[in-house]
Design a protein around this ligand. Structure first.
Ligand code: FE2
Length: 375
């Protein structure tokens, strides 16, 4: 908490912030969009709300749009070996290509970013169909990841975007409500570079930071800074590996993703017990912590609303901060490579990232790393 205060006081934004209302979507490039869609629909309870492919005139890509609460995920696969999607998947395995930002004015957001040094991926383009108009533009960030500005005020909620057609394949849903934060892993000694990028291009500030002492186990370590906009609708932690006795989990990610990229997407729920219970029943696998974690919990976090036995049964972690507490849980990697995973988080007054859980959590990750022969 001291660090957060220090960070806020001394690291105010260098430039005016680019106005961003929130996360618009996250797009994954995957080897088989049809099958990945089945996984997120049945495993995570997303509705399938949109499609583009050969039938809609898309000759090189297939995409499915999944929605739950305010979380939009696009799964995109390639229809030819030469497509950029195929190249991305060949190099990285399935992973996140795009973190989309909802803006009121794409052109201003894009021009400001470019003027401040962002590298263009695609210029502002207005697309139109019977549902209205949408303006998008994209800039590069770490690795092969891009940020897309999405101005959708002139577009109907009945369709995701021009080029897509609406689908209505409902799922029961598990209570996933909104993207809380999206975490990137970058190489050793590159975190500051990307911190400066978000400060100088987007006008974000360092919301919190964690040094190797905060995030280390007997074996390995990482350091992390959380970049955020003033309203807190965008939070982008950036991790880099730190030196430990064994290989950092961040280094394992980099070794398999072969570039910096998105490590995890945290999704907020209003009732983590029912959400995680439903996800367990649907076959989603989570990291586990030893029983001793729950034995020590009452003393560490004090009074909480939830039944600790219920949390223990589901493997949900708890952390207390000055303003309240949070509950969180992490899936195992959801791709073939040990790269991307999800977090489910419920905030009860706490704004942080579960620092008190780092040790138990990273020991859990390291047990998995050791099982993979990568520790
Ligand atoms: Fe997280």
């Amino acid at each position: 908490m001291v660090k957060e205060t220090v960070a806020r006081a001394t690291e105010s934004a260098a430039v005016d912030e680019i106005a961003i209302d929130g996360f618009d979507h996250v797009e994954f490039y995957v080897g088989n969009a049809l099958q990945a869609c089945y996984y997120y629909h049945n495993g995570f309870g997303f509705d399938i709300v949109g499609y583009r492919g050969l039938e809609t005139g898309s000759r090189d890509k297939v995409s499915y749009v999944l929605k739950q609460g305010n979380v939009n995920i696009i799964l995109t696969g390639a229809l030819s070996a030469k497509d950029e999607v195929a190249e991305h998947v060949h190099k990285h395995g399935d992973g996140v290509r795009t973190i989309g930002f909802r803006v009121r004015d794409t052109e201003t957001a894009y021009e400001t970013a470019i003027k401040r040094g962002a590298k263009s991926f695609s210029k502002p383009a207005q697309q139109e169909d019977e549902y209205g108009q949408m303006v998008t533009a994209s800039v590069h960030t770490y690795g092969d990841t891009i940020h897309t500005f999405v101005q959708r005020a002139g577009y109907s909620k009945e369709n995701f975007a021009p080029g897509f057609k609406p689908l209505e394949k409902k799922s029961k849903g598990v209570g996933l409500a909104a993207i809380d934060h999206v975490v990137g892993n970058v190489e050793v000694e590159r975190m500051e570079h990307w911190v400066d990028f978000y400060k100088q291009v987007f006008g974000f500030y360092v919301y919190q930071y964690f040094d190797a002492d905060d995030i280390s186990t007997q074996y390995s370590a990482l350091i992390s800074k959380v970049m955020a906009n003033k309203t807190g609708t965008i939070k982008l932690p950036i991790n880099e590996p730190a030196i430990g006795i064994r290989k950092s989990q961040i280094q394992e990610y980099l070794d398999y993703y072969l570039a910096p990229g998105v490590q995890h997407i945290a999704i907020a729920t209003k009732d983590i017990i029912s959400t995680v219970d439903a996800l367990h029943k649907r076959g989603i696998e989570f990291l586990t912590v030893p029983r001793a974690y729950y034995d020590a919990l009452p003393e560490r976090v004090g009074q909480i609303d939830e039944d600790i036995e219920e949390l223990a049964k589901l493997g949900i972690l708890v952390d207390r901060e000055s303003d309240g507490y949070l509950l969180q849980i992490f899936t195992k990697p959801v791709e073939d490579r040990p790269t991307l995973f999800f977090e489910v988080i419920q905030r009860k007054g706490a704004h942080g990232f579960g620092k008190g859980n780092f040790k138990a959590l990273f020991e859990s990750i390291e047990r998995e790393q050791a099982n993979r022969g990568n520790l």
